[in-house]
Design a protein around this ligand. Structure first.
Ligand SMILES: [Cu+2]
Length: 374
C-alpha cells in the first residue's frame, strides 16, 4: 500500500469511504487485517456467558499452598514459564471462534452468592486464524463477568482442573491474601468468602507465581460491583483489556511467551480476549441510549487510554460510583490492575470507534465500533 500524505484521520477516512471501511482497510492492515476482515459470528443474543454461578461448590478441601512472592516474576527461565495447553496434531480445526459478548449480565438477585470457577489450560481460538495456548478461568479469556451489589457476600470456590497450581485474586476483596489468594494444586480446590465493600469495576486474576505469566496467559476477568442505589439506566458493556505476547506456533497453537512479557512489547492488545472483534461485529445501541462502559485493564503491563472517536464522556467515575464524577472527559487512562466507568449519551447516529488511544496498542487490536442506530 502506497504511503499517502494525509494529516487527519477524517481526511483519510474521506478518501477511503466510511470511517469503518477506513479502519478495516487501512488502519488495520498489517497486524489486524486478517482478523478484522474475517467473519466473526455475531451473537448479540448470547446469554450464556457471564452471569453468576450459584451452584454448590464442589471439589476437595482447600490446599495449604501459599502464594509465592511475585518477586519471582523477575527470575525468568524456568519451565514454569512455558505454556502447556498445546495439543498434539492440528487440534485447532475442532475449535470454533466465538465473539465474546460484552453485555453486562444482570446483577445477581442473591445477596449471599456462591460462585465457582474452574481453572483450566486450554487452546482457545481468539480469532478465526489465531489459536493460543491459554490458561483460563472456565475456558475463556477473560473469565466470566461477575455482577454483584455493594455489601454482597461472595463465597468463592476455585476448582483446579489444570496441570499447574492456580489461584484467585479479587481486587474487589479486602482479605488476607496469603490465605485467600493461596494456590490450589492440580486436582484440588479452595474456597474463601469476602464482602464487596466498594462499588466499581474491578479486576480479578490468578495470583500464582509468576503472576506475570498467569495474568499474561489469560487468567483474568472483571467483577462489577453496583452501588446500593442504581446508576441511571443505561446499556452497559464490559471491556477487559489485556495484552498477548506469543511465541512460535506448535501444532497450530501459539504459546504465550514469558520472555516477551518481560520485554513488554505485545503482539496484540485486545478487548475481551479477541483482537479487533468488535470491528466486524460492533456493539449496538440506539439513539437516545445512555451507554456505560466498564473498562477493566487486566494488563499485565500497559495502560488503556480509553476514548470514543466523535464523542465525549459526560460522566466518568474517578472513585466508587456515584462518587467523584468527572464531566466532559475525552480520554482517560485505566491503569493495569484498575477499572473505570465511562458514560456517554448516544444522541447521534453513526459508527463510533472506541479505542485505546495509545494508538500503537489500538492498532494491535484494542479497538472496536459502537454502532448507534436511529
Ligand atoms: Cu494461574
Amino acid at each position: 500500500m502506497a504511503v499517502e500524505s494525509v494529516s487527519t484521520l477524517s481526511e483519510l477516512a474521506g478518501k477511503t469511504g466510511t470511517r469503518r471501511e477506513f479502519l478495516i482497510k487501512s488502519s488495520l492492515l498489517g497486524t489486524l487485517a486478517p482478523l478484522a476482515l474475517a467473519g466473526c459470528g455475531p451473537d448479540e443474543t448470547d446469554g450464556t456467558r457471564g452471569g453468576v454461578a450459584t451452584g454448590n461448590p464442589q471439589g476437595g478441601p482447600a490446599t495449604a499452598v501459599e502464594n509465592p512472592n511475585s518477586k519471582l516474576d523477575a527470575a525468568g527461565g524456568a519451565n514454569v514459564h512455558q505454556s502447556t495447553a498445546v495439543p498434539s496434531g492440528d487440534a485447532t480445526k475442532s475449535l470454533t471462534f466465538r465473539r465474546y459478548d460484552p453485555a453486562l449480565p444482570p446483577v445477581s438477585a442473591e445477596r449471599n452468592l456462591k460462585v465457582q470457577f474452574t481453572a483450566m489450560e486450554v487452546p482457545l481460538k481468539v480469532a478465526p486464524d489465531i489459536t493460543v495456548s491459554s490458561w483460563t478461568f472456565n475456558g475463556d479469556i477473560p473469565g466470566p463477568i461477575l455482577h454483584v451489589r455493594q455489601g454482597d457476600t461472595i463465597e468463592f470456590t476455585l476448582v483446579n482442573r489444570g496441570a499447574l497450581p492456580h489461584s484467585m485474586d479479587f481486587h474487589s476483596a479486602q482479605i488476607d491474601p496469603k490465605i485467600a489468594f493461596r494456590s490450589a494444586n492440580p486436582g484440588q480446590s479452595l474456597t474463601f468468602t469476602f464482602r464487596a465493600r466498594f462499588p466499581g469495576a474491578y479486576m480479578y486474576h490468578c495470583g500464582t507465581s509468576p503472576v506475570l505469566m498467569h495474568i499474561g496467559s489469560g487468567m483474568v476477568g472483571a467483577i462489577i460491583v453496583d452501588p446500593p442505589s442504581p446508576l441511571p439506566a443505561a446499556k452497559e458493556f464490559v471491556l477487559v483489556q489485556s495484552e498477548y505476547y506469543l511465541g512460535e506456533a506448535k501444532a497450530g497453537v501459539l504459546p504465550f511467551d514469558y520472555t516477551k512479557m518481560l520485554a513488554t512489547l505485545p503482539d496484540y492488545v485486545v478487548f475481551n480476549g479477541r483482537p479487533g472483534q468488535y470491528m466486524d461485529a460492533p456493539i449496538k445501541v440506539r439513539v437516545g441510549d445512555r451507554v456505560r462502559f466498564y473498562v477493566v485493564n487486566a494488563g499485565p503491563t500497559h495502560p488503556c487510554n480509553f476514548h470514543v472517536v466523535g464523542e465525549q464522556f459526560d460522566t466518568m467515575y474517578l472513585g466508587a460510583p456515584p462518587e467523584m464524577p468527572l464531566r466532559g472527559v475525552q480520554t482517560f487512562a485505566v491503569a493495569p490492575g484498575g477499572g473505570m466507568i465511562f458514560e456517554m449519551l448516544a444522541d447521534i447516529a453513526g459508527e463510533f470507534v472506541f479505542v485505546n488511544h495509545g494508538f500503537g496498542h489500538g492498532q494491535k487490536g484494542a479497538i472496536g465500533i459502537l454502532e448507534v442506530t436511529p
